[in-house]
Design a protein around this ligand. Sequence first.
Ligand SMILES: Nc1ncnc2c1ncn2[C@@H]1O[C@H](COP(=O)(O)OP(=O)(O)O)[C@@H](O)[C@H]1O
Ligand SMILES: [Mg+2]
Length: 395
Amino acid sequence: MPSLPLGIPSDLDRYFYNREKELINLKSLLSTLNQNVANQIIITGHRGIGKSFLLKKLVQELPSNILTAYVDISKIYGIHKGVLTEESIMDNLLEEMNKAIGEESDISLKVYNAGKDILRRIRRKNYDFKEAGSILGIPIPDVTDNYEKLSKFVMEYPQKVVESSEGKINGFVIVIDEFQLIGEINSPEAFFWMFRSYTQDQDNVSYIFTGSTSSSSDIVGKINGINGAFGGRMIQFNVDNFSRDETEGYLKEKVPEIKFTDDGLERFYKCTRGYPSYINSFCNTMSTNIVYDNDRVVEEFYQKIDQIAIKWIFQWATLSKREKCIITVVIDNGPLTWGNLVDKVDFSDRTLAKYLSILKNKGIITHSDRKYKIDDHMLSAWLKYRKENDGFYPP
Ligand SMILES: Nc1ncnc2c1ncn2[C@@H]1O[C@H](COP(=O)(O)OP(=O)(O)O)[C@@H](O)[C@H]1O
Ligand SMILES: [Mg+2]
């Protein structure tokens, strides 16, 4: 049986396919760091489309005079059991920046130790950062607000690292993955404004915000909409599914042992919609001594849907009762307006608003044309199939 990765493989090059245009585009946007021009970037796209893999590949390919830090908000969210705070994000940012600096021999030990000292202090809940701040020339405000001190240090740190490298390091790229979850903190607006206010004066630090959300979602509006923190100044693009031809090319290159007829391949593309994550999980269920025609693909798809939609099964288990209720109501009835939805669930407007917002931040429900929809066809297909077969939705 074929074995394609379901997560990001450690051997990036062995499994990575195409995305050449995206890589060229991103590299050129980041190369301006060498001329002291920092672009800020936002990358949207469906879950499983390949944003994280693309960015890991990008990070791997950047020249050594550009440092990179990679922060995954979904990890912080998971570790803190769904309670996300600004402070936990800053803490992780600093940790990841420091990792990058630690691996870099061109950075003085003094700079590295300043960052490490602060991490140690945060862990001990000691927010006296004056000394580390003065080593790097970051004036730490004389306030009692610990978060203010912490964010000041963390936000100024990467630019100071570049400046203190004496020309050896020209830029710092910081990827913030699954950023749509920042919608869960108390004031995402204020948080984004803070990034804006610091990046404004920093010529060598580029942030790449990426998330499983659509380019027109509320959270994208909050960071880069007309009234958002960056007010449209971020360079924004979407990662798309593989086309029919790309899917065929991918299969030929990575799993030539799976054989399709033309209509079988057509059906395979319809089932996976060119999402690399579903292409991989579907391929892994397929046999190498069958020639897949349309009917065999359909048969295989439904027989193995629990394996193909595996990521959703894990995700489903983490959802609350009310989140599941909202999803199944939308599956039963198709896209619904707010009014329809309120009528169909048995909890209050306020509760509905709260859980809808969580589902939007998780990239599961989208709101467009005044209707709430399930964002992912595989989640819908899996739930419908289970309902038809078992008589009820998975608990
Ligand atoms: N360009 C690509 N080439 C090969 N496999 C890919 C590519 N992009 C994504 N994948 C695979 O698809 C899956 C989902 O990719 P991921 O980057 O995690 O998606 P996202 O971050 O958009 O949710 C992973 O298993 C990854 O290995
Ligand atoms: Mg990802």
